[in-house]
Write a protein that binds this ligand. Structure first.
Ligand code: HEM
Length: 387
C-alpha cells in the first residue's frame, strides 16, 4: 500500500492501524481511520511534523554531494516546522493567500480557463486529441500563485520540472542513479530560488523584512512552489478524469442543480492528490489502543480517511453535497492544515465550472498514470478525443 495509496489498495479491508515495512526496511504505522488520522494531525505535541519532508529513500553520498554542491538546505519553515518560528512564517504566507486576495484572482482565472476551454473545444471538434493535464491543468495553479506571492519570472516548464523532481526525490522509492539525477535538477533550481529569496518582492520581501534568514526564505519558497501548485495541477487532472465516469454529476452541473464547489469537495474526498502525510511520534504513546514508541513514523492515510463510513453514508460514491462530504482530510488538520486550501478550492471550482462540458461525448485515449510515490499522485497525462 505504501507507494500506491489509491485505487485498489485504498478500498481493501484494513485494520485501523497497520505496520507496513517499506522498501528499505523501515516500518511505518499506517493510520486508516478518519478519527485516528485527525487525532494524529491535530496533536503536534505527541505527533510532530518534523519528518514531513524527509526522503523516504535515504539519499546516498553521491546525491548528497550534488545537493551540497548547490548549497541546498531545507531548514524547518512550514510543513516540517514544529518550532517557535512556525506561527509567524505561516502567518506571513497566510496573509499572501488571504481569502480576499484569492477571490480577487477568480475573474482573471475564469477568463483564462474559458479561453483555453474554447481552444480545446475547437481542437476536439477538429478531431484532435488533447491532453487535459498538459494543456489545461499543469500551469494554471503556478500562474495564479505567481500573481499572489509575486514570484519573479521563471519559465513555467523549469518550475514544473523542479517540483516534480522534488516530489520524486523525497517521496518515491528510488535507485541511487535516479536519486543523483533528481538531486541535480532540484539542486539547480534551489540556486535559482536563492536568487529569488535575496531580491524578490512580495512574499520573499515580507519574510526578509520580518527578519528571517535567507535559508528560511528559500525554504518557504521551495515548499510553496512544490505544494502550492503541483498538488493542485494533479488534483485538477484527477478530478476531470473522475468526472468522465460521472455523467450524472456532469448533467447536474449543466442543469445548474449541482454546485461546482460541491463537486470539488467530493473530488478532494475521493481523489485527493496527497494520499498520505507523515508525522513522527515524539514520545512513547498509544493510538487507538496500540502502543506507539517514540520515533515511530506515522503515515496518516488521508485518501482512506475520506472513505471512512463514519464520514459519509455512501463512502465510495461521488455524490456532491452529501452530508459529511466536506469532512475529508485532504488538506490535513490542525496547526499545519494547508494554508492554500481556499486557493486550491477556488481554482478547482473555476476549472470544474468551465471545463466539465469538455467531457461530454468523449473517449479517454489515455487515462492518467501515476508512478509509485508515498504521498503524491503525480498523474502524467490525461488524453481525450471526441467519441
Ligand atoms: C488540492 C490542492 C492541495 C492539497 C490537497 C493540499 C494538501 C496539503 C496537506 C495534506 C498539507 C499538510 C497538512 C498537515 O500537516 O496537517 C498541506 C500543507 C500545506 N499546504 Fe497544501 N494542499 C494543496 C494546495 C496548496 C496550495 C494551493 C498552497 C499554496 C499556494 C498550499 C500550501 C501549503 C502550505 C504552505 C502547507 C504547510 C502549512 C503549515 O505547515 O503550516 N497547498 N497541504
Amino acid at each position: 500500500m505504501l507507494f500506491r495509496g489509491w485505487g485498489e489498495s485504498v478500498d481493501r479491508r484494513w485494520p485501523d492501524l497497520a505496520t507496513v515495512v517499506d522498501h528499505v526496511g523501515v516500518g511505518h504505522l499506517v493510520v486508516t481511520r478518519h478519527a485516528l488520522v485527525k487525532q494524529v494531525l491535530t496533536d503536534p505535541v505527541t505527533f510532530r511534523p518534523d519528518n514531513a519532508l524527509d526522503a523516504v529513500t535515504p539519499m546516498p553520498v553521491a546525491a548528497l554531494r550534488v545537493l551540497a554542491g548547490h548549497r541546498f538546505r531545507l531548514p524547518p519553515t512550514l510543513a516540517n516546522n514544529s518550532g517557535a518560528s512556525h506561527p509567524e512564517i505561516r502567518g506571513i504566507v497566510a496573509d499572501a493567500l488571504h481569502p480576499t486576495r484569492v477571490a480577487a484572482q477568480q475573474p482573471w482565472l475564469t477568463a483564462l480557463v474559458r479561453d483555453r476551454v474554447a481552444r480545446l473545444t475547437a481542437d476536439l471538434d477538429a478531431g484532435r486529441a488533447v491532453d487535459l493535464y498538459a494543456e489545461l491543468a499543469a500551469d494554471l495553479p503556478l500562474l495564479v500563485l505567481a500573481r499572489l506571492v509575486e514570484l519573479p519570472d521563471a519559465p513555467v516548464g523549469a518550475v514544473k520540472d523542479f517540483a516534480r523532481a522534488a516530489l520524486e526525490l523525497f517521496w518515491a522509492p528510488l535507485d541511487a542513479e535516479r536519486q543523483r539525477a533528481l538531486a541535480t535538477e532540484v539542486g539547480r533550481f534551489h540556486t535559482v530560488l536563492r536568487g529569488f529569496a535575496a531580491t524578490g518582492g512580495g512574499l520573499a520581501a515580507r519574510l526578509r523584512a520580518a527578519g528571517h534568514s535567507p535559508d528560511v526564505v528559500v525554504g518557504a519558497l521551495f515548499f510553496l512552489l512544490v505544494a502550492g501548485q503541483e498538488t493542485t495541477s494533479q488534483f485538477l487532472t484527477l478530478l476531470l478524469h473522475r468526472l468522465t465516469g460521472e455523467p450524472e454529476v456532469r448533467a447536474g452541473l449543466r442543469a445548474g442543480e449541482v454546485a461546482a464547489a460541491d463537486v470539488v469537495e467530493e473530488g478532494l474526498r475521493l481523489e485527493p492528490p496527497i494520499v498520505t502525510w507523515r508525522r513522527v511520534a515524539a514520545v512513547d504513546t498509544t493510538l487507538g489502543g496500540t502502543t506507539v514508541p517514540a520515533g515511530t513514523s506515522i503515515v496518516a492515510w488521508l485518501a482512506r480517511a475520506g472513505r471512512d463510513p463514519e464520514v459519509v453514508a455512501a463512502p465510495a460514491d461521488f455524490r456532491p453535497g452529501q452530508p459529511g462530504s466536506r469532512r475529508h482530510l485532504a488538506f490535513g488538520a490542525g496547526a499545519h492544515r494547508c494554508v492554500g486550501a481556499q486557493l486550491a478550492r477556488m481554482e478547482a471550482a473555476v476549472v470544474v465550472a468551465e471545463a466539465a462540458p469538455l467531457l461530454d461525448g468523449l473517449t479517454v485515449v489515455r487515462p492518467p498514470w501515476c508512478p509509485d510515490n508515498l504521498t503524491f499522485r503525480m498523474p502524467d497525462a490525461f488524453v481525450i478525443r471526441r467519441a
